[in-house]
Design a binder for this molecule. Structure first.
Ligand code: UT7
Length: 315
């Protein structure tokens, strides 16, 4: 039984200092600033230096549930969530990782929302943190131009009145595994000198097919979540889709008929930061004053798995 309404009480983000520009990539693979800009909207992305790892970019807080969305964990065991917990001294929290690729943050928000609603948690820290540039094959121009590093986080807790999370929905379809995957490194294809040499640990993507599923799924789930809350796309004040590709963002907004003035995009400067993209965007909107009290914020994501999600918040 849902009783306690949850809301987003605070946000934050961080990223490494290093910047990888389109010009830098044009020196590594046969590509150009012109192609990357027109096909993806990306101009630059952040790149972690050796010695910087996923847990270092997360935000501190006092919490009883800590969910770290990541597909680039510091190590296999323990979870990056537990590593962050120790760094923060968040000793009362249950900490774990959420592995849902670019949808990981919204998966975390949906889970934390349920746990706060049913009283199992009071304050939850949901983090999206990725160092994707370590899993990118810088000889594969389809993927290497897209991904960047960074982290974002939100603290969820109880709210009163009509504010807070009005709806959250998450979905996946494992039949699309090979549209975006990293085949090596696990028990199916454990790391050996051969798998490393073959680049099995790198992300492989069928970008073209994924593009269509991404647009369809994000538009559908946004519509669903809005409808369940008795609202329509016309009610949205700020639309924050996962920053996968500027053309995907525009196509989803088009399908929902959301005016471009309401659509947030930072892909030009961050690229695709997977699970970090939505919390970074959310924090940028909050700190810049783009999100104001009472605004209806629709967030939607799509990622490898494939996974997708939608979360609707009255700010
Ligand atoms: O975050 C998880 C979700 N991620 C996604 O959903 C990503 C979805 N996919 C995409 O963003 C796009 O499919 C890409 C950006 C990956 C590719 O864009 P596209 O418009 O779908 O290009 P394409 O794959 O259809 O390729 C068009 C052409 C090809 O050349 P030909 O066959 O027409 O001669 C590619 O070889 O562009 C070529 N190409 C490039 N050229 C210059 C592909 N990548 C590059 C590149 N630079 N980096």
């Amino acid at each position: 039984m849902a009783n306690q309404r949850a809301g987003i009480l605070g946000t934050g983000h961080a990223y490494p200092e290093g910047i990888l520009t389109n010009a830098d990539l044009a020196e590594l693979v046969e590509t150009s600033d012109e192609w990357i800009t027109t096909r993806t909207g990306i101009k630059q992305r952040r790149k972690a230096a050796p010695g910087e790892y996923t847990s270092m970019f997360a935000d501190p807080s006092d919490i009883d549930l800590l969910l770290c969305a990541t597909v680039t964990p510091d190590q296999i065991l323990p979870s990056t969530g537990c590593i962050i917990q120790a760094e923060l001294g968040a000793n009362n929290a249950a900490a774990m990782d959420v592995v849902a690729a670019c949808s990981g943050f919204l998966y975390g928000v949906a889970l934390a929302n349920s746990m706060i609603q049913n009283g199992q948690s009071k304050y939850a820290l949901v983090i999206g943190s990725e160092i994707l540039t370590q899993y990118v094959d810088y000889t594969d121009r389809q993927t290497c131009v897209l991904f960047g590093d960074g982290a974002g986080a939100a603290v969820l807790g109880p709210v009163e009145g009509d504010k807070g999370i009005l709806g959250a929905k998450i979905k996946s379809d494992g039949r699309y595994e090979e549209q975006l995957f990293s085949p090596g490194g696990g028990t199916r294809r454990k790391p050996t000198a051969e798998t490393l040499a073959a680049g099995d640990h790198f992300f492989k993507m069928k970008g073209n097919e994924l593009f269509k599923v991404a647009v369809r799924s994000m538009a559908e789930i946004s519509r669903d979540v809005l409808e369940n809350a008795g609202l329509t796309p016309a009610d949205i004040d700020i639309f924050i889709p996962h920053q996968a590709n500027q053309r995907i963002t525009e196509a989803v907004a088009d399908r929902l008929n959301v005016d471009s003035s309401k659509v947030y995009s930072n892909i030009a400067v961050h690229g695709n930061t997977s699970s970090a993209s939505i919390p970074i965007a959310l924090d940028e909107c909050v700190t810049s004053g783009r999100i104001k009290e009472g605004d209806l914020v629709m967030m939607t994501s799509f990622g490898g798995g494939v996974t997708w999600g939608g979360v609707l918040v009255r700010w």
